[in-house]
Design a protein around this ligand. Structure first.
Ligand code: PMT
Length: 399
């Protein structure tokens, strides 16, 4: 049975030349058994007629906050929806949504929903590449919005380049995957993110530069593909919708949380930067400068991932990250074997734009059979997607 049967899908249509392709998307969704409601912006009405969409969809097109009998149309639609897909999404819509601006029925609906949201941008290449558009999309992706990247090809006016709306087939496949619980459906994924902080005294800690962005991107990707996700984190970023957050601070707290969550985990992804050493003693008060520089004696922390590797259950998939500044592949391979992992994601954190704190990363994905996939510098969500793709491939080999 189609994953879409009986689902209420709101299709937002904005004012771009690709708006005519929304007609095809609506038709395919209705054919698959979904209850489809189209919401048009004022701009969209310059490109396609309301009558066409109303005739194809399951109920008349909506476009205004004001002309409905219902007193609260702006929240009602968002609450009813099992999923919202915006086809095409213009730079204006993306900017308004990222900025939390409710300027019309569509933006109100997007802000009033807890359902998964898919945006399908389409615009000229110059606009697509503009940092403002890319930053807004990266922000939306971090919040768990699924972005269906445009294709390269012929654009309005005959130009060639990236910005052409993804094909209706691809858009509907993403809708199906999102509603059909995706390729991680039924699986429990545990992800760690951020750097641990090991207290020296009441106010000082030994920390590292991890922002948690890469781990949060993995969590957002896993939940968008149908997994039940537990995110064990030391940082306070926006939790992707649907993800269960466990906040920790030290390596010991992270170890306890990971061990507990891993009991039911099918997949564990350790993207966190766990301290390798911690002070043997933590002073309960603030050390006084006047007492002179303290001698801090360090002891090793438990290696959480190596512990999981030693007790790995049949069918469990363990993914580690390796932050290196030299001999990337050799060092990562040694960790892969020592910790009994199925995959290690190696990043050379001395390279520009790679690893700690950046919105981007570049990685090598290494498996015990010596196979290697290289992902050159891209946003962290794309790295997360590549990691999950390989995990799915590994698990397909288990069955
Ligand atoms: O958080 P961001 O700012 O987005 O940056 C991302 C990142 C650079 C933190 C991430 O891409 C990354 O590389 N994470 C792993 C960092 C690290 O601690 O690497 P490592 O080579 O020291 O550790 C190898 C693996 O063992 C890691 O999966 C780590 O989580 C795990 N480990 C390490 C030490 C320890 N005591 N216990 C562990 O489980």
């Amino acid at each position: 049975m189609s994953a879409l049967r009986g689902k209420t899908i709101v299709v937002g249509v904005t004012g771009g030349i690709a708006a005519y392709k929304a007609v095809d998307v609506c038709r395919r969704l209705v054919d698959a058994g979904a209850h489809v409601v189209a919401v048009m912006t004022e701009g969209a009405e310059h490109f396609i007629g309301r009558t066409t969409l109303s005739a194809l969809c399951s109920e008349p097109v909506q476009s205004s906050l004001w002309d409905e009998a219902s007193p609260i149309p702006h929240t009602r639609l968002g609450q009813r929806a099992d999923l919202i897909v915006v086809v095409p999404a213009t730079a204006r819509l993306i900017g308004a949504y990222a900025g939390g601006l409710s300027t019309d029925l569509l933006t109100n609906t997007l802000l009033a929903t807890r359902a998964p949201v898919i945006v399908c941008p389409a615009m000229h290449t110059e606009m697509w590449e503009h940092p403002a558009v890319q930053d807004n999309l990266a922000l939306l992706a971090r919040r768990g919005v699924i972005v269906v990247e445009p294709d390269e090809g012929r654009l309005a006016g005959g130009d060639l380049g990236k910005g052409r709306l993804a094909s209706p087939e691809r858009i509907v496949a993403v809708v199906e995957r999102t509603l059909g619980r995706g390729d991680l459906g039924g699986l429990h994924v545990v992800v760690t993110a951020g750097g641990t902080r090991e207290p020296i005294d009441a106010v000082r800690v030994i920390a590292n530069r991890s922002s948690g962005k890469q781990g949060y991107a993995v969590a957002a990707e896993a939940v968008s593909r149908g997994a039940t996700v537990t995110l064990i984190s030391t940082v306070e970023l926006a939790t992707p919708p649907g993800v269960q957050l466990v906040s920790v601070e030290t390596a010991a707290q992270m170890e306890a949380a990971v061990q507990s969550a891993a009991e039911t985990a099918d997949i564990v992804v350790m993207a966190a930067a766990v301290a390798d050493f911690r002070p043997t003693l933590t002073v309960g008060h603030k050390l006084k400068k006047d007492d002179g520089a303290p001698s801090i004696v360090l002891e090793p922390t438990p290696d959480i991932l190596a512990g999981l590797g030693a007790r790995k259950r049949p069918g469990q998939t363990l993914v580690g990250f390796a932050a290196e500044t030299s001999d990337l592949v050799a060092n990562a391979e040694a960790k892969l074997r020592r910790k009994n992992l199925d995959l290690i994601v190696a990043n050379d954190v001395s390279a520009s734009g790679v690893g700690f704190q950046h919105d981007t990363n570049a990685v090598c994905l290494l498996r015990p059979d010596a196979s290697m996939v290289t992902i050159s510098l891209t946003d962290k969500r794309s790295v997360a997607r590549a990691v999950v793709d390989i995990v799915v491939e590994i698990r397909a080999g288990l069955s």
